[in-house]
Write a protein that binds this ligand. Structure first.
Ligand code: FMN
Length: 342
């Protein structure tokens, strides 16, 4: 029996299999108002029809200035709830669970002028503006905004929320010594901002809802942090209420030469380290395109769930095809059965 197709349960999160569609920004809000539209509806429902166990909707901004671009989705106001509920209901009707990634791009907000950040340190890349250093009161307001966004996600019917603490966005900026040069409490204690966000989210969602957090387990820039240095930070996040760590890496700036070795399963080892050191469930992600590679991660007990991103952009039916290939019962939609004669 392929492990990919064994069910998974944590708190009230019930998954029919262990295949996750990770958050992937679509930059497809043509109206520029943050509202998910027909593209998002079709995009997510297609992956539900394709048999995915859990979909995590793309990085969705908790504040208008938290969008990477103005084409990003938002959840910074109650008026977003019905559009998200429509997507959630559609995905649920095909037996797939769905979460949403709550994010703020901080200094990587390309269309915000100025963007905000823990400190006035510009992102090293073309087209990025010098950020405004958040005042202590503004940082507090953003913590509250994460909690409010989580409450809206619950009202929209999402099964879980994922806090975006990776890829050089706001929470990562706060816990990275390369960006956080503050002198207040959020600078003296680098994990404090992220920890407070986790607490705000935890307080806004039901006790039995599993909360996921995405982290960059290591940085690739010159003098960037390594996973071992981050275990205590991630432990703080776990203890504040994170149930599952979704382990990615990088995104804080241009990688130093040779630091990033990208190949099949290149981030799995990081997920396993966090799983073992913190004794908590993890999602492994990163070039697990091949069915056998994804299956092996579970067979070798390296992670609890496996996320498949770009391969699922190419093939919405990745899960159905994985089942066919690995000899598991495939969840072929009845109207499509004639496409699968064997
Ligand atoms: C088009 C695209 C958009 C992405 N947007 C997000 C995002 O919104 N949030 C996030 O945490 N990661 C984002 N990612 C990273 C993916 O979630 C995933 O971690 C990465 O693509 C590696 O997995 P893969 O090799 O299976 O694609 C994005 C990746 C792609 C290709």
């Amino acid at each position: 029996m392929a492990k990919l197709f064994t069910p998974y349960q944590l708190k009230n999160l019930n998954l029919k299999n262990r295949i996750v569609m990770p958050p992937m920004c679509q930059y497809a809000v043509e109206t520029g108002d943050g509202m998910p539209g027909e593209w998002h509806n079709v995009h997510y429902i297609s992956r539900a029809v394709g048999g995915t166990g859990l979909i995590i909707a793309e990085m969705t901004a908790i504040h208008p200035d938290g969008r990477i671009t103005n084409e990003d989705t938002g959840i910074w106001d109650d008026h977003f709830i019905p559009a998200w509920r429509h997507i959630v209901d559609g995905v649920h009707s095909y037996g797939t669970a769905i979460g949403i990634q709550l994010g703020h791009a901080g200094r990587k907000a390309e269309d915000a002028n100025p963007p905000v950040a823990p400190s006035a340190v510009r992102y090293d890349g073309e087209g990025y503006n010098l950020p405004h250093e958040l005042t202590n009161a503004e940082a507090e307001e953003l913590i509250t905004a994460y909690g409010e966004a989580a409450r809206r996600a619950v009202e929209a019917g999402f099964d879980t929320v994922e806090i975006h603490g990776a890829h050089g966005y706001l929470i990562h900026q706060f816990h990275s010594p390369l960006v956080n040069k503050r002198e207040d409490e959020f600078g003296k204690d680098l994990p404090l901002f992220g920890e407070r966000v986790v607490q705000a989210v935890r307080a806004a969602v039901p006790q039995d809802m599993a909360v996921i957090m995405r982290v960059s387990a290591r940085e690739y820039v010159e003098s960037g942090y390594e996973v071992d240095e981050m275990i205590e930070t991630f432990r703080r996040y776990r203890d504040a209420g994170v149930d599952i760590m979704h382990v990615s890496s990088g995104g804080e700036g241009p990688a130093r030469k040779g630091a990033m070795q990208v190949g099949p399963g290149y981030q799995v080892e990081l997920a396993t380290i966090i799983r073992e050191k913190l004794d908590m469930p993890v999602i492994a992600v990163g070039l697990l395109d091949e069915f056998e590679d994804a299956e092996r991660v579970l067979e070798q007990d390296q992670a609890d769930l496996v996320a498949v991103g770009r391969a699922m952009l190419r093939d919405p039916y990745w899960a159905v095809h994985a089942a066919k290939s690995l000899g598991a019962d495939a969840d072929v939609p009845v109207p499509y059965l004639r496409g699968y004669p064997n």
